[in-house]
Design a protein around this ligand. Structure first.
Ligand code: NAI
Ligand SMILES: C[C@H](O)[C@@H]1OC(=O)[C@H](O)[C@@H]1O
Length: 254
């Protein structure tokens, strides 16, 4: 129960990594506001009992972020932890990519993290303590040709993590990121696991020989949110099956 009496906001929490993070934080004793643009998170929150609430919001829109913060303060009275997890991707070759699609991915994957972090930090400053966790990716440093705005947004997430960390350290607020590899969620199934060939390509670049599970990322989030990470800020922790350590392919074991 490393997070007893803490209040967390998790964005993109209706499914996937965000839902796993919300579930793990509740297991660790936190109260959690699950936030998502889709209403399905309400059912997930209901399964978590009194420790969880759901708020529907598009976290790339400031007015909706302000409403999310107000709802969290009304429900729980404080904000100690923010997990900026909401994210999307859009597949298109560079020459075919539309401006609106580029803007949408950057707005959701990067600008939303600035908006939510600023709103949460203004509350955390009052208590001179807090923790922000941004969901980055191995694709902050590796690239996928038809994922232009996605890889750009994730590179920005790593820098946003660093600049937010040095801006808020004086207030006792830590800011770190997690860089998952390929995790078995709807996003990855759509983006890179859509065919046996694509799956083989991913596994040929993953020394541990498998994709990750959302719960494996949630465990890292719980660590970063806890006092076990009290001297960590400005860092990106990669949980990728060894992908970032690899510069060649490995035999696929299926
Ligand atoms: N699944 C993977 O292999 C990896 C995922 N990630 C990152 O992890 C995060 C979560 O990804 P997954 O769980 O795989 O995705 P997912 O697609 O399963 O879940 C993302 C959730 O975010 C919500 N969302 C989207 N736009 C939103 C908005 N504007 N406001 C509020 N909620 C919004 C969606 O409704 C959805 O419930 C993303 O930031 C993604 O980039 C990073 C590396 C690997
Ligand atoms: C869209 C990506 O390909 C997806 O999300 C990530 O960051 C992982 O690399 C997944 O494959």
């Amino acid at each position: 129960m490393r997070l007893a009496n803490k209040t967390a906001i998790v964005t993109g929490a209706s499914q996937g990594i965000g839902l796993a993070c919300a579930q793990r934080l509740v297991q660790e004793g936190a109260r959690v506001m699950l936030v998502d643009i889709r209403p399905e998170g309400a059912d997930a929150a209901a399964t978590l009992g009194d420790a969880a609430r759901f708020h529907q919001a598009d976290v790339s829109i400031k007015a909706e972020v302000d409403a999310m913060m107000a709802a969290t303060l009304a429900a729980f009275g404080q904000v100690d932890i923010l997990i900026n997890n909401a994210g999307v991707t859009h597949a298109a070759d560079f020459l075919d990519l539309e401006e609106d699609d580029f803007d949408r991915v950057l707005r959701i994957n990067l600008k939303s993290m600035f908006l939510c972090s600023q709103a949460a930090a203004r509350e955390m400053v009052k208590r001179q303590s807090g923790c922000i966790i941004n969901m980055s990716s191995v694709n902050a440093e590796l690239t996928i040709p038809n994922q232009v705005p996605y890889v750009v947004s994730k590179g920005g997430v790593n820098q946003l993590t660093r600049v937010t960390a040095i801006s808020l350290a004086q207030h006792g607020i830590r800011v770190n990121a997690i860089g998952p590899g390929t995790i078995l969620t709807e996003l990855a199934k759509k983006a890179v696991l859509g065919s046996p060939e694509a799956r083989h390509t991913i596994l040929s670049r993953t020394p541990l020989g498998r994709c990750g599970e959302p719960e494996e990322i949630a465990g890292i989030a719980a660590f970063l949110a806890s006092d076990d990470a009290s001297y960590m800020t400005g860092q990106t922790l990669y949980a990728d099956g060894g992908r970032m350590a690899l510069n060649y392919t490995v035999p696929v074991r299926e």
